[in-house]
Design a protein around this ligand. Sequence first.
Ligand code: AMP
Ligand code: MN
Ligand code: MN
Ligand code: MN
Length: 281
Amino acid sequence: MPAAPNADLHCHSTVSDGTLAPAALAHRAHGNGVQLWALTDHDETGGLAEAGEAALALGLRFVPGVEISVSVGAQTVHIVGLGIDPTHPTLLAGLAQVRSGRELRARMMARSLEQQTGLRDVYLGAARHAGNPTLISRTHFARFLVEHGICGNTHEVFGRFLTPGKPGYVEHDWATLQDALGWIQAAGGHAVIAHPGRYRFNSTEELALFTSFKDMGGAGVEVMTGSHSAADFRKYAGMALAFNLRASRGSDFHSPQESRCDLGQLPPLPADLAPIWELLH
Ligand code: AMP
Ligand code: MN
Ligand code: MN
Ligand code: MN
């Protein structure tokens, strides 16, 4: 059997909430020994052309990707699409629809953060951190609050203000699971449940998510990812086997300053799992 490649199939550029441009990410991935690399910006494919060109020049195998925001009940679930055609009209229209809700959400977040912190012009301040005006995310607000000394780091901002139940959190309706999978599949891609260990489902709800995902033609689940503990690695390796899903590996790298897990640095996938990259050509 050929040795498994060093695959990193989940990360973010300045086109969503990362701090490195797509070409800079390609160089960092290559420098870290990544052999198979996907860029998966939130709800946006605008960085894939630059990423693909830079990867080609480096001799780095590139997989076009995206990470779609989905609502499942009251929770947000992220679905990564891998091997997509980034120009497919159905996918592009779907992603544009998902992005279109972000501005009003951001204005509501800004109002409540102004009330909480006494800062002014929070919307404009967060927007200055966003490399893409159609993609203002909670991360950009977190960076603005750190810049102004409200918190010491972005994780602290999320804990105090930006997670469900906290004062700067705004409920939002993202795509449906069915729509997100439909767009990914229309564009020739494979859908993967991102970082399942981060959701707050009880076990019945989690089984329901995996069951409907599989029934809709979902292909894989992230087993190795930057926010998973060793217990999560084991749990979701078991879920991949139980649901006959392929396993993925992706750091979810956002920034050299903020991310604990750098590109290409996760442990390898357990050898008994079928890797998602066997489907990617
Ligand atoms: P949004 O799409 O605007 O809801 O922002 C989601 C992004 O916020 C995620 O992709 C992460 O990059 C970031 N994020 C979510 N929770 C945390 C956390 N606890 N600490 C740091 N970043 C987080
Ligand atoms: Mn993010
Ligand atoms: Mn995510
Ligand atoms: Mn991500």
